[in-house]
Design a protein around this ligand. Structure first.
Ligand code: TYD
Ligand code: MG
Length: 483
């Protein structure tokens, strides 16, 4: 029998080559190609002999058997999955090491098991004793979860095929699994892909919901196989700053639900605690009355979330000023800075700009523009913003403030948390309920907002570009260039 020719597989994107090369042409990464045995030892000439078997085609209107979703009992997790685990679906949960993936899934399986469903936890990384220790710490040791430390996919499937079909199976992690059908070492792209494929096939056939845990590389992608992301039904990413207690679960892909919902958790000594009202958490350690902070009334999925935006604008000592952003799009920041410079006469070229979203949240909404601009100008002008105000609105390249969706929901959340005024786009007033319980201050353009903030500030010693007097209430860098 002819020996299968070797193939070289990129460990980053899964592209295959028949000879080694330094750079993967598909994803551009260097030195990621590793020799792996092919997917199958059976030559194509033998495999191809089988004739196709005709199958029955179904109609779209067919009846589906019983309720396909099962809520986990953790409201924050269910919010992200779209209402619970779908029968026969496969979910990939990614996140940095130590972020709390095993903790989250231990809690989820325990809740499932306690409510009478068969739940299985397979750990490929930790010994049974270690998993037990964690469960004990979480106070869940009594939950009837079935536990094993196994890495062979064939053994796992053989074991789980016996008896009642488990309702939920956790595989922690997919990188440690290996299958006999391919010869590569565990952790390689070929192994991970083949193992995932076998488990997905088992899920579809048996109707069990499977959760795969995936590692994340330093640049934030689920390690090795991006291909696995395409194979599974949903990809959830578990994020958070290591030093902070907040953890955010976010759907990156979801075939059965929305991808804009977030679940918020807090890591405590007793495991992950669900945070039903994230605004309170994100605003809990507010630095009241200091310049450079603004509260943004945002929407994450269906839920309004208030979060503090922080800006620091400081004179630069470098030739090229620094622009550092955490939690927001850096292109978006550049855009807001350019609009401030072009239309409002705010000179920022001599300043470093640092921008941060408090609490480790990542904002994707354009509605944050106005709050970001307010924080930036507040820092530059050394002018604290009113502590009882929230901001939202999109800024267009012309400097106009554009309306955003869900004005009423944003105002309601802000009023609930004790804010007394909102700074919002002019055109949004119509969407605001008459009994918003807040003073509404509309802005048509960015210029008026900037003038308003600057007028209240005491300017700091300026950067290289400024020659303004420090006593001047409206420093030269804020004055509109007329004519
Ligand atoms: P773990 O779930 O093991 O992370 P992962 O599986 O994503 O690698 O969580 C490990 C971290 O969580 C570890 O730093 C300790 C912390 N932790 C708590 O703070 N409280 C707890 O109750 C538990 C179980 C873990
Ligand atoms: Mg783990």
């Amino acid at each position: 029998m002819a020996k299968a020719s070797p193939s070289f597989v990129c460990q980053n994107c899964g592209a295959t080559y028949n000879r080694w090369q330094g750079k993967c042409e598909s994803c551009g990464e260097w030195n990621t190609l590793v020799e792996e045995a092919g997917d199958s030892a059976v030559p194509v000439s033998i495999r191809a002999k089988r004739r196709g078997r005709p199958f029955k085609l179904e109609s779209l209107a067919g009846k589906s058997v019983d309720a396909p979703r099962l809520p986990s009992g953790m409201a924050e997790l269910d919010r992200v999955t779209g209402g619970g685990f779908v029968r026969g679906s496969v979910l990939l949960v990614g996140g940095d090491p130590g972020i709390g993936k095993s903790t989250l899934l231990t809690q989820a399986t325990s809740l499932m098991a306690r409510s009478g469903h068969r739940a299985v936890y397979i750990s490929g990384e930790e010994a049974v004793a270690q998993v037990r220790l964690r469960a004990e710490r979480l106070g869940l040791a009594s939950a009837p979860v079935e536990l094993a430390a196994e890495t062979s996919v064939e053994d796992i499937i053989a074991t789980l095929s016996e008896g009642a079909t488990p309702r939920l199976i956790v595989i922690d992690s997919i990188q440690t699994m290996w299958t006999d059908t391919v010869e590569s070492a565990p952790g390689t792209v070929t192994q991970v892909r083949a193992s995932a494929q076998a488990l997905i096939r088992f899920a579809k056939k048996s109707g069990a919901a499977i959760i795969l845990v995936g590692h994340v590389t330093k640049d934030g992608q689920i390690a090795g196989p991006r291909v696995v992301e395409h194979m599974v039904d949903a990809v959830l990413s578990f994020e958070g700053e290591g030093s902070q207690q907040f953890r955010i679960l976010r759907a990156v892909k979801n075939r059965f639900g929305p991808t804009d919902e977030i679940g918020v958790f807090e890591m405590t000594g007793l495991g992950l605690r669900e945070v039903a009202n994230p605004s309170e958490l994100f605003l809990s350690e507010r630095d009241l009355g200091s310049p450079g902070t603004a509260v943004f009334a945002g929407i994450e999925g269906t839920r309004p979330v208030l979060v503090e935006l922080q800006a620091l604008v400081a004179p630069t000592t470098l030739g090229t000023p620094r622009r550092a952003v955490v939690g927001w799009d850096s292109a978006r920041l550049s855009m807001v800075l350019a609009v401030l410079e072009a239309h409002c006469g705010v000179k920022l070229s001599g300043y470093d700009v640092y921008f941060n979203v408090a609490g480790g949240l990542r904002i994707n909404e354009p509605a944050a523009d106005l709050a970001a601009a307010a924080a930036l100008v507040s820092s530059l002008a050394n002018s604290p913003l009113p502590t009882d105000a929230v901001y939202f609105g999109e800024i267009s390249l012309s400097g106009a403030v554009r309306p955003v969706a869900q004005t009423a929901a944003r105002l309601k959340e802000a009023a609930k948390l004790g804010f007394a005024r909102a700074i919002l786009p002019e055109t949004a007033r119509g969407d605001a309920p008459s009994d918003a319980g807040m003073a509404l201050q509309t802005v048509g353009g960015l210029t008026s907002l900037v003038a308003d903030i600057a007028a209240r500030g005491t300017p700091r010693p300026a950067g290289r570009d400024s020659s303004s007097s420090e006593k001047n209430a409206t420093p030269a860098r804020f004055r509109r260039q007329e004519g």
